[in-house]
Design a protein around this ligand. Structure first.
Ligand code: NAI
Length: 262
């Protein structure tokens, strides 16, 4: 695959799980990876705060010299708290949007985010609306309110649904498609990583998870499965896919939404 390696790619969430596996895969292929994470990363920054996001973007621009071939927004958390909305939606959007000018300077730039099968599950409408309005204070206030009335379990689905919707709208805009930058997402089912490990420890949680995310094709995935899909989405081979949320989920989305989704 001449010309497909030696690219410079920023990967958030590079210290663990899917992001870490992707960073290793890309480095093995000869890419330069600029990892972004809270710890153990080239750029240490907190994507949960506006200041941290600005520091993440500045740190990546500094290390890359201002031109990037790829960006993958993978960092995420799954707790039933407002932080999940801050990191998963606003952190991912800020990283992608903040690094977009550096992508636009490359020859064959690509970008991807990590969604989730959870993005197809019931959401908190107020949180979703505020996310799509780009109003973080309102989104965090609505998330706090949802958590307070025992609906915290809607925050992770809300954060991933908002990210997918933002991405679909942005992907076909002048800034992304118009600038020749494919922007897409992978939406995993259950992946065995430190994030999902606590679910496996508790038989009751595992049962609930299996009901919520049926995976008839090969069961739970390893992080390398999702990393391979992300690697393709940001490869030069992907020249015409825009705004797609690709479910790499063992058949969960097809099982849950059925043939009527198309
Ligand atoms: P993980 O917990 O192993 O890795 C997540 C990484 O994100 C960690 O290194 C963590 O430090 C980093 N991170 C968290 N908050 C951050 C912040 N504020 N600033 C910077 N970095 C931060 O989790 P995993 O499973 O690898 O998750 C990666 C992505 O995949 C997440 O977006 C997650 O929502 C998504 N996902 C995971 C699934 C699973 O079953 N593990 C299923 C579907 C989606």
């Amino acid at each position: 695959m001449a010309g497909t390696t030696g690219r410079t790619v920023a990967v958030s969430g590079s210290a663990s799980g899917i992001g870490r596996t992707l960073a290793e895969l890309l480095r093995d292929r000869g890419d330069e990876v600029i990892g972004v994470d809270l710890r153990d990363a080239d750029v240490r920054a907190d994507l949960g705060t506006p200041e941290g996001r600005a520091a993440a973007v500045a740190g990546v621009l500094d290390r890359s010299g201002g031109t990037l071939d790829g960006v993958v927004a993978c960092a995420g958390v799954s707790g039933p708290t407002p932080l999940t909305v801050a990191v998963n939606h606003f952190g991912a959007v800020a990283l992608l949007a903040g690094l977009r000018p550096a992508l636009a300077r490359a020859g064959r730039p690509r970008a991807a985010a990590v969604g989730s099968i959870s993005g197809t599950q019931p959401v908190d409408d107020d949180v979703l609306r505020a996310c799509l309005d780009g109003d973080e204070p309102a989104a965090l206030a609505a998330a706090e309110e949802a958590a307070g009335r025992g609906a915290g379990n809607r925050l992770y689905p809300s954060s991933k649904a908002a990210l997918a919707r933002w991405l679909r709208a942005a992907s076909v805009s002048a800034e992304w498609a118009g600038a020749g930058i494919p922007l897409n997402a992978v939406a995993p089912g259950v992946v065995r990583t430190p994030m999902s490990e606590p679910l496996f420890a508790d038989p009751k949680m595992r049962e609930a998870m299996d009901r919520a995310v049926p995976m008839p094709l090969n069961g739970y995935a390893g992080p390398e499965v999702v990393a391979e899909a992300l690697a393709w989405l940001i490869s030069p081979a992907n020249s015409h896919m825009a705004g797609q949320v690709v479910y790499v989920d063992g058949g969960a989305e097809a099982s849950l939404r059925g043939p009527g989704a198309y």
